[in-house]
Design a protein around this ligand. Sequence first.
Ligand SMILES: N[C@@H](CCC(=O)N[C@@H](CS)C(=O)NCC(=O)O)C(=O)O
Length: 212
Amino acid sequence: MADDQKYRLLASPGSGSTLVEACLTLASVPFEIQDVNYAALGPGSKETQGNPLGQVPTLILPDGSVMTESLAMVLHIHDLVPETALLPAVGSPARPMSLRWLVFMVAAIYPTFTFGDDPSRWVADEASQKMLRTRTNMGREAMWRQVEEAVAGTPWFLGTTFSALDIFATVMTRWRPRRDWFAANCPRLTAVARAGDEIEALQGVWARNGAD
Ligand SMILES: N[C@@H](CCC(=O)N[C@@H](CS)C(=O)NCC(=O)O)C(=O)O
C-alpha cells in the first residue's frame, strides 16, 4: 500500500496516542507512526500539523484530513472495522454503558492532565500552581474510584465482552497516579489493565510505548 493511502498517527510514546495505536493495530488498519517530541507539544506546535491544540494523538487520514480527539479516532476505527468489536453491538445493554464510561475517561479524567501537568500555563503564582496540581490529582483519583464501581466483571471492563474500554483502562492506568495506586485502590480496574497488558497482538505496541 502506498504511503499516501495509509493513516498517519502523530504520536509520543506512552501518551494518549497509545490508545489509537493499539486500536489501529487490533483492527489491522494500515498506518504509520510519526513520533513527535512530547516536550514540544502545545498550542502552536509545528510538529502536530493541523491540530490547533498541538496535541497527540493527531491522526492524518488517507485523504489528508486531520482528525483530533482520541475517542473520535477509536470510534472511527470501530466504524472502519466493526469486526474488531471495539464497542458492544447496537441494542446490547452494554452499549450505552460503554459509551458513558469511554466519554467519562476522555471528557472528565483526561483533561485533569491538561490542567495539572503544567499548571504554570493556567495560573501565575507558585502557590496556585501547586494547588492546581494537587486538586487535579485529587479530582482524578476520585473519578477513577467512580469508574472502579462501574467495572462489570472479569477479565474485561464489561465482563466477558472485550471493548475499547479495556484499552483505555490499560493505557490510562499507566499514567498518574499509576499502577501501584490503582492496585491499592481500584482492584477491578487493575485486573482489567493486567488482562490488557497480556493481549498478544498488542505486545509490540506496549513495548514501543514503554510499558513495563
Ligand atoms: N482531548 C484530547 C486530549 C489529548 C491530550 O491531552 N494529549 C496530551 C498527551 S497525552 C498532549 O498532547 N498534551 C500536550 C498539551 O496539551 O499541550 C484527546 O482525547 O485526544
